[in-house]
Unconditional design. Structure first.
Length: 247
């Protein structure tokens, strides 16, 4: 029985054995998505937990997927899997309150120095203003990579560009179409504002779907350096969107 036949049979009968066959067929999608997300959340959560959350997203996507929609199940499922993982990470409050407080302090001081100096402040200048060591600041910035990524992913999912809700009609209103196009343009503009190396990392990670090690091999940089570049790019994109009153 091929996969298309299993899909049709399951949708008409809701047979649990057929559902299990679908889960087994697509479980590698969970490993792929969880593997990518582990790059950000690995220091805060176990890989097996990400897999568990991802399987819940896969099951949900199998239940909600409509065969007559003009979209591949793999595309739809990866979005649902990612969303389920993010939702569960958010529920566990994996980002300590102290880190959120530090992130706000760094952000406020950075804006203050930018206005005072009429340029981007260096990490040394930010550390001095905060009265902490450069090492401590860089550690905080590294810890904030996951926080920045989580916030941006939440915004992307909530914006409607990636999530497809089967409970809604396929027909979009003119306002929804305009909103979606506008959001995509704003995201595109925020990427265009990045430095060339940051743009390249974003492109390789999200469009070519390479991991940090693979990107590092291409750019002849360490995984940790790629992580730092990626984190800064996400931070700059968030700032750009904030300035446009999107976030």
């Amino acid at each position: 029985m091929n996969i298309d036949h299993i899909w049709k049979k399951y949708k008409s009968t809701k047979n649990p054995d057929l559902k299990n066959k679908l889960i087994e067929n697509y479980v590698d999608l969970v490993r792929i998505v969880a593997g990518r997300m582990y790059n950000f959340y690995g220091s805060k959560i176990e890989f097996d937990d990400l897999l568990g959350y991802g399987v819940l997203g896969l099951i949900d996507s199998i239940d909600k997927f409509e065969l007559d929609r003009d979209v591949k199940f793999e595309t739809y499922a990866q979005i649902r899997i990612r969303g389920e993982i993010i939702d569960n990470i958010r529920k566990t409050d994996w980002v300590p309150r102290l880190l959120r407080k530090k992130a706000k302090e760094i952000k406020d001081v950075t804006y203050k120095l930018e206005n005072k100096l009429n340029r981007k402040p260096s990490n040394s200048e930010i550390a001095a203003e905060l009265e902490i060591s450069l090492t401590e600041l860089e550690k905080n910035l590294s810890d904030m990579v996951g926080l920045n990524m989580s916030s941006l992913e939440d915004m992307l999912i909530d914006s409607g560009d990636y999530i497809m809700d089967n409970s809604k009609s396929n027909i979009k209103t003119p306002e929804e179409i305009y909103e979606e196009k506008n959001m995509k343009k704003l995201l595109s503009d925020s990427i265009d504002e990045l430095k060339e190396r940051e743009k390249l990392v974003i492109s390789l990670y999200y469009y070519e779907e390479l991991n940090y090690k693979e990107i590092g091999d291409i750019l002849d940089l360490s995984e940790s350096r790629i992580s730092q570049i990626h984190g800064k790019a996400i931070k700059d994109m968030k700032k750009s969107l904030e300035n446009k009153d999107v976030l």
